[in-house]
Ligand binder design. Structure first.
Ligand code: TMP
Length: 212
């Protein structure tokens, strides 16, 4: 354990190209500077079996899966990620930062593809149980800026980016709605600033919300 304090589970969420991975690296360093042991991980993926499922999800044509199948695959990957990576790390007192978690299923398969949100909560219950993130940071950015950034760096993982702008608009609105409905767990971060300004806002939010 970290000096006897329990680990915390922080998730970063947002649309395409919101700068999550850069900010996760900076937050990890910041937390380590405060004596925490930090595991940075991602979804879909973050464990060998979950990375195999990731490949099924992010490559190939858009029409390959429909909303319900995608949600099932994301929750299968999520359970494996929790079981193999997240829960063991938390158990020994590490802090875990995940690039995406279940709010991405709510935003993409729910608000984006129109899958009933109550169905998503039923799948959550089966795959995850009553475990929840301690804090969720939602990086908010204009869609066009994010998609341009994502397109510039993406290799074969183009499946979600190829969805229409209207889909990405629903995803963005969905994340903001989730933040409004769970203000204690979620904080919206304006990702339209420079990297250092965003990192400082994130550090302040983590300090305020999680008391470090
Ligand atoms: P990434 O680009 O952040 O690595 O995520 C891969 C894609 O998977 C991204 O376009 C969002 C999508 N996704 C979902 O649609 N539902 C989910 O539950 C998760 C975790 C990701």
């Amino acid at each position: 354990m970290n000096g006897g304090t329990p680990g915390r589970f922080i998730t970063l969420e947002g649309g395409e190209g919101a700068g999550k991975s850069t900010q996760i690296g900076l937050l990890k360093t910041w937390l380590e500077g405060r004596g925490k042991t930090v595991v940075a991980t991602r979804e879909p993926g973050g464990a060998p079996g979950a990375e195999m499922i990731r490949k099924l999800l992010v490559e190939g044509p858009v029409e390959k899966w429909d909303g319900p199948t995608e949600a099932l695959l994301h929750f299968a990957a999520r359970r494996e990620h929790l079981r193999s990576t997240v829960w063991p790390a938390l158990k020994i007192g590490s802090w875990v930062i995940s690039d995406r978690f279940a709010d991405s299923t709510r935003a993409y398969q729910g608000y984006g593809h129109g899958l009933d949100l109550a169905t998503i909560e039923r799948l959550y219950e089966v795959a995850v149980g009553d475990f929840r993130p301690d804090l969720t940071l939602i990086l908010d950015l204009p869609i066009e800026t994010g998609l341009a950034r994502a397109a510039a760096r993406r290799g074969t993982e183009t499946r979600y980016e190829n969805l229409p702008i209207a889909f990405h608009q629903r995803v963005k609105a969905g994340f903001l709605e989730i933040a409004r409905s769970e203000p204690q767990r979620c904080a919206v971060i304006d990702a339209g600033h420079d990297i250092d300004t965003i990192a400082a806002t994130i550090a302040r939010t983590v300090a305020d919300r999680l008391g470090i």
